[in-house]
Design a protein around this ligand. Structure first.
Ligand code: GRF
Length: 194
């Protein structure tokens, strides 16, 4: 059965596009029902429009609390009968309201080999630290910052002193790893240790 997903993004949306492309290429049995963004001007909104995919945008500061905007997101996702939330560059911590409504149904991609370099600018953190190998992690989302159970990882060699080349390598690996991991997850082919 085709899995109905929502993609949450705050920025460029290259992972959103890779997921949609994998769906169109028959590599991922899913359907992006809606894109959710906290940045109404983000490039991902334009990308979603190119594929005729619905967008729900919100501005967090227009709500009294995180629980309030997350409840509105939940109502929208329910209308679209969404099964899974796929975070792809969504720059907000998921709160308890969304976590309990989509328990074990929220996945994130992070540009490092977790538990190294969680949080913002993981690529910058890795380069600053001088590591030679970094990578990509796909994991379940819990209440922490990039702390949930790991679903898959891939290593990427740092290009010494060249952030943009390193970033390009990481993005290419992300696009491949995210779609293949989601396919296994939706087909129940991933076994977790924890
Ligand atoms: C990716 O590097 C992802 O790992 C991180 O945010 C970035 C989003 O990139 N969480 P894009 O918007 O999908 O191009």
């Amino acid at each position: 059965m085709t899995t109905k997903i929502a993609v949450f993004a705050s920025g460029s949306g290259s992972n959103f596009q890779a997921i949609q492309q994998a769906i169109e290429d028959g590599k991922l049995d899913a359907r992006i029902e809606i894109v959710v963004t906290d940045k109404p001007d983000a490039y991902v909104v334009k990308r979603a429009g190119n594929f005729n995919i619905a967008v729900f945008s919100f501005v967090a500061k227009q709500y009294a609390s995180k629980a309030d905007y997350e409840q509105e997101i939940i109502d929208t996702l329910k209308e679209h009968e969404v099964d899974w939330i796929i975070l792809a560059g969504y720059m907000r911590l998921i709160g308890s309201t969304l976590l309990s409504a989509f328990s074990n149904r929220i996945v994130n991609i992070h540009p490092s080999l977790l538990p190294s370099f969680p949080g913002k600018d993981a690529i910058g953190q890795a380069m600053e630290h001088g590591v030679k190998v970094t990578g990509v992690t796909v994991h379940f989302v819990d209440e922490g910052m990039d702390t949930g159970p790991i679903l898959s990882q891939a290593a990427v060699e740092v290009v010494d002193g060249d952030r943009s080349a390193t970033e390009a390598r990481i993005h290419a690996v992300e696009h491949e790893l995210y779609t293949s991991t989601l396919q296994k997850l939706f087909k129940n082919e991933i076994k977790l240790v924890h």
